[in-house]
Design a protein around this ligand. Structure first.
Ligand code: ZN
Length: 249
């Protein structure tokens, strides 16, 4: 997180969510009140209020003697995240009603082109952000502010879930799915767009793998790193067992 000049509570929460989306902070990561207060140049009280808002949104939790940390969703919660998206996102397209304006279609096509560019030229984190942002962009394009804020939260939660339970990097597949959804919307075929969205989310949900979580969970990583045998192994095979930062949404 970079340091802004003057910030309020809303900006702190927004920047933490953006950092989750950008995979700059991971599940299990500590969020020290003192460090955040220094970073943002605000009081610890303000930081605590921001963290409590994030707690209510399900992104952080607090434990006595541990402090604040980014949640590590359980596998059941991971599945529920996709189940929620499966209800909301196809429904959002079904209820879009009238054909979308050409300016809106242009914006969506532009987004899909930017994703393709990010896949070809950028790092894994940028790629993941661009792909996740498509779903937020779509909600924005449909003009519903409440659905947009719901999609921001669902996308951030998906990012946490995929950091723990997804390893495949099928970014181009996701980009192709997004392009097909936009073209269905461009022809006014909302039924097809809805079906494509459902299939897209089902494909992503099918890539959830509970067995990956062990190496991805912060506590397990620590335990694994400190165990004498594993520490030697890790030194011999740096990066082994750690998942790639690129997953597609
Ligand atoms: Zn997607």
């Amino acid at each position: 997180m970079s340091v802004p000049a003057m910030v309020g509570k809303g900006e702190i929460t927004q920047r933490v969510v953006q950092s989750i989306l950008a995979r700059q902070i991971r599940p299990g990561e500590r969020l020290g009140e003192h460090e955040l207060a220094q970073l943002f140049g605000v009081s610890r009280t303000l930081v605590r209020e921001a963290l409590m808002q994030l707690q209510a949104r399900g992104f952080v939790a607090v434990r006595p003697r541990v402090g604040w940390y980014v949640v590590e969703p359980s596998f059941a919660e991971a599945r529920e995240t996709y189940a929620a998206r499966r209800v909301i996102e196809p429904g959002m397209l079904r209820d879009a009603g009238r054909p979308l304006q050409s300016a809106v279609i242009s914006r969506l096509r532009q987004h899909v082109a930017e994703e393709r560019n990010a896949i070809a030229h950028r790092d894994a984190a940028t790629r993941s952000v661009a792909l996740a942002d498509f779903h937020v962009c779509l909600a924005e394009c449909l003009g519903n502010r409440f659905l947009t804020s719901v999609m921001v939260d669902l996308s951030a939660r998906t990012t946490l879930v995929s950091a723990l339970y997804q390893s495949q990097t099928e970014a181009q597949d996701s980009n192709d799915d997004h392009a097909a959804i936009v073209e269905a919307l461009a022809t006014g075929d909302h039924v097809r767009a809805e079906a494509l969205m459902r299939a897209h989310i089902d494909t992503l949900a099918a890539r959830l793998d509970e067995s990956l979580a062990h190496s991805a969970r912060a506590q397990d990583r620590l335990r694994s790193a400190l165990a004498p045998d594993n520490a030697t192994k890790a030194a011999r095979h740096p990066g082994k067992g750690r998942k790639s930062a690129a997953t597609s949404t």
